[in-house]
Design a protein around this ligand. Structure first.
Ligand SMILES: [Zn+2]
Ligand SMILES: [Zn+2]
Length: 169
C-alpha cells in the first residue's frame, strides 16, 4: 500500500439508524480532532485542516479528507518547505475538496452529504461542496470568513454552521 493510500480511510457506522444528528456531529468532530494533526502534511498555519464527509443517513459511512500531496509526490513536511504561489501553499488540494473527491473516487454518493471541517471552508472549498450537492457544512474553527463565501452559502440555500460542542484547541 502506498503512503497515499495509507493516509485515506473510510469507516462504516455499526450503529445504523440509532444516532441523532447531534450524536453524528459529536462523533465526526471527534474523529476530526483525533486525526487532524497526523493527516496534515503542509507546513503552513495558522492551524492544521481536515474534513470528513458523512455520506448519508442510510449508509452511515464517513470518508476522511486530509491534506496530502498528489500520489507519489513528497509532502511539504518531507521536502521541508511549502510550494508557495501568491502566498498560498498549492502542493495539496484542501481537505474539504479532498474528502469530496476521494469519496466520489471510491464510489460513495456525495449528494446530500454533510461536510465536517476543522476550519470554516474557504470560498473554493465551499463552492465545490455546493457543486457536489453537500447539504450541510459543520465547522469547528474559523480561519477564513469571507463575505463571498457567506453569500454563496446563502444563494445555494445550504446550511453552514459552527459546531459549538468542542472544547479543545
Ligand atoms: Zn505546504
Ligand atoms: Zn479550502
Amino acid at each position: 500500500m502506498s503512503e497515499y493510500e495509507r493516509f485515506e480511510f473510510k469507516q462504516i457506522f455499526n450503529a445504523a439508524g440509532s444516532m441523532t444528528r447531534d450524536e453524528y456531529d459529536s462523533y465526526c468532530v471527534n474523529i476530526l480532532a483525533s486525526h487532524v494533526d497526523d493527516r496534515y502534511t503542509c507546513l503552513r498555519g495558522p492551524r492544521p485542516s481536515g474534513a470528513i464527509l458523512l455520506i448519508d443517513d442510510d449508509y452511515h459511512s464517513v470518508v476522511y479528507g486530509g491534506v496530502y500531496p498528489p500520489k507519489g509526490s513528497p509532502s511539504c513536511k518531507e521536502v521541508g518547505k511549502c510550494m508557495i504561489v501568491d502566498n498560498h501553499c498549492v502542493r495539496s488540494i484542501h481537505a474539504e475538496v479532498r474528502a469530496i473527491v476521494h469519496a466520489a473516487a471510491i464510489g460513495y454518493p456525495v449528494y446530500e452529504s454533510t461536510l465536517y471541517s476543522w476550519n470554516k471552508p474557504c470560498y473554493n472549498c465551499t463552492i465545490t461542496a455546493i457543486a457536489a450537492g453537500v447539504k450541510r457544512i459543520v465547522y469547528v474553527h474559523i480561519v477564513y470568513n469571507e463575505e463571498k463565501t457567506q453569500q454563496a452559502i446563502q444563494n445555494a440555500g445550504i446550511i453552514c454552521e459552527k459546531y459549538e460542542g468542542y472544547i479543545g484547541e
